[in-house]
Design a protein around this ligand. Structure first.
Ligand SMILES: [Zn+2]
Length: 246
């Protein structure tokens, strides 16, 4: 007996391959450096120190410009580039109670280019807002991951897991940054809320899933929210609050 669906599957497969091939041709891979504002073709002399692969559409939407030496393809015209000469988007405004109420469109677009630990990364910001550089160390607002707590073996062990969690979710990923009343800490690190493309706040995820304490030594907009996220993580025994912590 003939399967009428086989032809359908073959057509679907051909279509998928065509779409994949087409999208690669239209959206080629280009390269950026850890600290630069340009995107490059493979082999460009500007890529000697660092070389991070990225799709052209993503590079353009983050605000990278084509390199003048290697002449990569121009940014696709349909891509909406970041606005320039804007101030940092701060969330310390009256009435904003939950991280998800923040506006992704107002945030600073960045690419995470280096991972430090559970609550610190380095980002490349090709179109930085006023007062922000194009390469910054970013400390996440309102959280503290356990590796800073010494002399407690179990906590340090979970610090490694927190560090791996941040690396796995953020490294080489585009993120959106929002700020609070204080733009920098004493180490000149940028203090930011790190949002993912789906609109979720990574700082809140770290506390919610037990990868971080709510860090309430300094005020920030979502202090109460983060406190209650920590409380429910403790009650559930999530992450560092788990029962294996003796
Ligand atoms: Zn180049």
């Amino acid at each position: 007996m003939e399967h009428p669906s086989i032809r359908f599957y073959i057509c679907a497969l051909v279509l998928l391959v065509a779409v994949a091939a087409g999208s690669c041709a239209e959206d080629p891979q280009v390269y950026i450096t850890e600290t630069g504002k340009m995107y490059h073709l493979d082999g460009c002399r500007c890529l000697e120190r660092s070389r991070i692969p990225i799709r052209l559409s993503m590079a353009a939407s983050l605000g990278y410009e084509p390199c003048g030496h290697c002449n990569p393809p121009p940014p696709p015209s349909e891509i909406i580039r970041p606005a320039r000469d804007t101030g940092p988007y701060r969330l310390n405004v009256a009435g904003l109670e939950h991280p998800q109420e923040a506006d992704l469109a107002e945030m600073t677009r960045a690419l995470v280019v280096r991972h430090v630990d559970g609550d610190t990364v380095y980002v490349s910001i090709p179109c930085p807002p006023i007062g922000v550089k194009s390469y910054e160390s970013v400390r996440f607002i309102g959280v503290d991951t356990p590796e800073t707590v010494r002399h407690q073996k179990t906590v340090e062990r979970f610090g490694k897991e927190a560090s791996a969690f941040t690396r796995d979710h953020l490294l080489n990923q585009p993120v959106f940054l929002a700020f609070d009343w204080q733009l920098r800490d004493h180490y000149d690190r940028l203090l930011a809320y790190v949002y993912l493309a789906d609109g979720s706040c990574f700082n809140a995820i770290l506390v919610r899933d037990g990868y971080a304490h709510a860090y309430t030594r300094f005020p920030f907009q979502f202090l109460e929210e983060f406190r209650s996220l920590e409380c429910s993580a403790r009650e559930r025994g999530a992450g560092l609050w788990g029962s294996d912590k003796q």
